[in-house]
Design a binder for this molecule. Structure first.
Ligand SMILES: Nc1ncnc2c1ncn2[C@@H]1O[C@H](COP(=O)(O)OP(=O)(O)OP(=O)(O)O)[C@@H](O)[C@H]1O
Ligand SMILES: [Mg+2]
Length: 270
């Protein structure tokens, strides 16, 4: 298989393998691109919850970003968990230094089981500085509520919150609808003058660990290959949907999805 593009992932490690940097690498690889990483935190977790978090120092994060990019230049950057203000500032400085313009920012704040992954000051800096540098931000509903300061109970509320985020400086916003109580999931992409609603039937499943990380990495991969933002979102959503459908049903809690779903294995290797 010829490798199509290079994606730099700046995110936290999930020891259970279903979310975080592990989900990101699996996604980028199974969609045919090359994954590079800067680990921002080491989380100790399994499908039942997060046991502990060890943050990586801002210097170590910056060095990973700058030293690897100096040698192999990424086409796109995907940013996930950034735990505190110092980490966000370090990442901001480093991404400006390496001058990669295509940036997909997943403003991770809370884990699937409800554990907080970022502190309050950090949310402020993320909103005031980092968000404005990203090509696209991909908050889930609770994250969009915090960033836009607007409660979301419907798809109309999602649109209002998204428009507020554009107004305060986001370039493009995809609000993910996995948390909305409805039979349909709405993922809503807001560009400057356009709102696009992606609709899917909600799959009833406990195995949705890492859907958000996976989605933003899939978008970053398609976008790095030259597809438009809209098309990248559209097919990334399909990829996640299939990955939920064919989840391996591992673990006693929120189990992982099937990232290998997009790989076409030739019959003789099965
Ligand atoms: N039960 C489901 N059925 C179908 N699609 C889903 C389901 N849950 C989530 N999705 C899709 O998964 C993607 C990620 O959305 P979600 O709102 O779950 O993100 P998230 O909360 O950031 O995930 P994570 O908990 O992994 O951080 C979206 O495209 C959403 O529509
Ligand atoms: Mg998420």
């Amino acid at each position: 298989m010829k490798i199509k593009s290079k994606v730099l992932i700046i995110a936290g490690s999930d020891s259970s393998g279903g979310a975080g940097i592990q989900a990101d690498i699996k996604t980028v690889s199974s969609l045919g691109s090359y994954a590079m990483t800067a680990v921002t935190a080491v989380t100790v977790q399994n499908t039942t919850g997060v046991e502990s978090i060890f943050n990586v120092s801002p210097t170590a994060i910056s060095k990973q970003i700058e030293f690897s990019s100096k040698d192999i230049r990424p086409d796109t950057i995907k940013i996930g968990m950034l735990a505190n203000t110092k980490v966000i500032n370090a990442v901001l400085k480093s991404i400006l230094k390496i001058k990669v313009n295509k940036i997909i920012l997943d403003p991770v704040m809370v884990a699937k089981g409800g554990e907080r992954l970022i502190n309050k000051n950090a949310i402020n800096i993320l909103k005031k500085k980092l968000m404005k540098k990203a090509t696209l931000i991909t908050p889930n509903i609770p994250e969009a509520e915090i960033l836009a300061n607007h409660q979301i109970n419907s798809k109309e509320d999602m649109i209002i919150a998204g428009k507020k985020l554009l107004k305060i400086g986001a370039k493009n916003v995809l609000i993910k609808g996995g948390h909305l109580k409805s039979k349909i999931t709405y993922d809503i992409l807001l560009e400057k003058n356009k709102t696009i609603i992606f609709k899917n039937r909600k799959i009833i499943s406990n195995h949705t660990h890492g859907t958000g990380c996976t989605l933003s990495s899939a978008i970053a991969t398609y976008y790095s290959c030259g597809k438009s933002l809209k098309r990248s979102c559209e097919i990334a959503i399909k990829y996640v949907n299939q990955a939920i459908k064919y989840a391996p049903k591992y673990g006693k809690g929120h189990g992982p999805i099937n990232h290998l779903n997009a790989v076409n294995i030739k019959k003789k290797f099965r």
